[in-house]
Design a protein around this ligand. Structure first.
Ligand code: COA
Length: 374
């Protein structure tokens, strides 16, 4: 068995000092696991763009040193915004090698130390060069995809507002979240970032860190994982413009190696970097039929957790925050907390949770299924 023995997450928001982020996440995960730092045999660091955001180089050794693990084997995993979940996959492979019993997986990103324009440029580095040179950015690409989705399925912008509203309502109860509740009017009146996407439809720039201790025993099992990539350029994709083949393939791979079915999943933490992605991902993961993702979002007056499976009870990337390299781990920490009945917005009787994390623009996708141990 590969299990999560302990987990920890910092507050997400504006705290651009990577040292304090790293130390806080490590302390929380070790304390949750009931271990001293000496018990850690290997470190996997998840970080997407530490050099560009913070000028820190040799990220694996820098992080090991800050974590009190100088001398311990350390590698860095960078698959862009899915680095955190890719790092869990790496730790899973490392576990069981001679002398490796406890692997610390530690993700961090400090994005607010640069102005927004610079951060947008750095994140655009995830895209194909010719698309970037044509003036596209991640928000602009997602705007194209969002328009295609709304047109194909005859959906309205007001329905996307509801997704943002739901995310902020859930984040309100989450003490580590970057944002709290906002009204539907505030969402609809927020400034246009990339038409039709408004500020309140986007995940923010976030500083934060998260850590897990992965071992062969623990209260939550990593029951299976799946991964897939796709062409770098959006224009070379095999699927319709509003679909992500890599999500479909990663989910298929994850479910193919377990007897767990989609109907067994109680909680999903998916990659809603822009609110339209919540619906699209839910469809690509196979939880709802094509075009019906927005029907899964609770009405404003209803319980924000909505129907089963509950989607992004943490508030999601949208409202909890999106420190890119750490995000897959922050999502995993939320799923662990749900399985252990200690989450801020608890989903009743949650025992099975799915984490979905996207790397670049719809590629390098990782999916994990977590199950509470009896
Ligand atoms: N959602 C809600 N509120 C947000 C927000 C967001 N995404 N981003 C910023 N805010 C708030 C700020 O807290 C601030 O509030 P205040 O005035 O009460 O302090 C206000 O809006 C203005 O913030 P500011 O930092 O000036 O916004 P910005 O224009 O610099 O950045 C975006 C806004 C949307 C451009 C930026 O958050 C962004 O680029 N998001 C996308 C990140 C991304 O692509 N990630 C990778 C995806 S995989």
């Amino acid at each position: 068995m590969v299990a999560i023995r302990g987990s920890g997450l910092t507050s997400l928001g504006r705290e651009p000092d990577p040292s304090s982020l790293v130390r806080a996440a490590v302390d929380r995960a070790l304390s949750d696991a009931g271990l001293d730092v000496d018990a850690i045999d290997a470190l996997v660091v998840a970080n997407a763009a530490g050099e560009a955001f913070t000028s820190i180089g040799n990220v694996s050794v820098w992080t090991a040193t800050e974590a009190g693990l100088a001398g311990t084997p350390a590698i860095r995993v960078d698959t862009g915004p899915s680095s955190g979940l890719a790092a869990v996959s790496t730790a899973r492979g490392w576990l069981g090698a001679p002398g490796i019993d406890n692997v610390l997986v530690l993700g961090w990103e400090a994005m607010t130390s640069v102005p927004t324009e610079e951060a947008t440029e750095i994140l655009a580095g995830l895209m194909a060069a010719d698309e970037r040179e044509a003036g596209l950015s991640l928000p602009r690409l997602v705007a194209c995809l969002t328009r295609a989705y709304l047109d194909r399925h005859d959906r309205s912008l007001a329905e996307l507002d509801r997704v943002a509203h739901k995310a902020h309502r859930l984040a309100e109860a989450n003490p580590i979240a970057q944002f709290g509740e906002v009204t539907l009017d505030e969402i609809a009146a927020s400034r246009v970032v990339a038409d039709p996407l408004r500020l309140m439809h986007c995940a923010p720039l976030t500083d934060g860190a998260a850590a897990l201790v992965v071992a062969d025993e623990g209260p939550v099992e990593i029951a299976s994982m799946g991964a897939a990539s796709d062409h770098l350029a959006y224009t070379q994709r095999r699927t319709p413009p509003e679909r992500f083949q890599a999500t479909q393939d990663a989910a298929e791979a994850c479910f193919a190696s377990t007897e767990t079915e989609r109907s067994d999943v109680d909680v999903v933490e998916l990659h809603d970097a822009f609110v339209s992605l919540e619906a699209i991902n839910l469809e690509d993961l196979g939880f709802v039929p094509d075009g019906e993702g927005l029907d899964h979002v609770a009405e404003p007056e209803a319980d924000a957790l909505g129907p089963s499976p509950a989607v992004n009870p943490s508030g999601g990337l949208k409202a909890r925050g999106h420190p890119v390299g750490a995000t897959g781990l922050a999502q995993t920490v939320e799923c662990v907390d749900q399985c252990l009945d200690r989450a801020a917005n608890p989903v009743a009787d949650a025992g099975t949770a799915l984490v979905h994390s996207i790397g670049g623009f719809g590629n390098n996708v990782h999916v994990a299924l977590l199950e509470a141990r009896p």
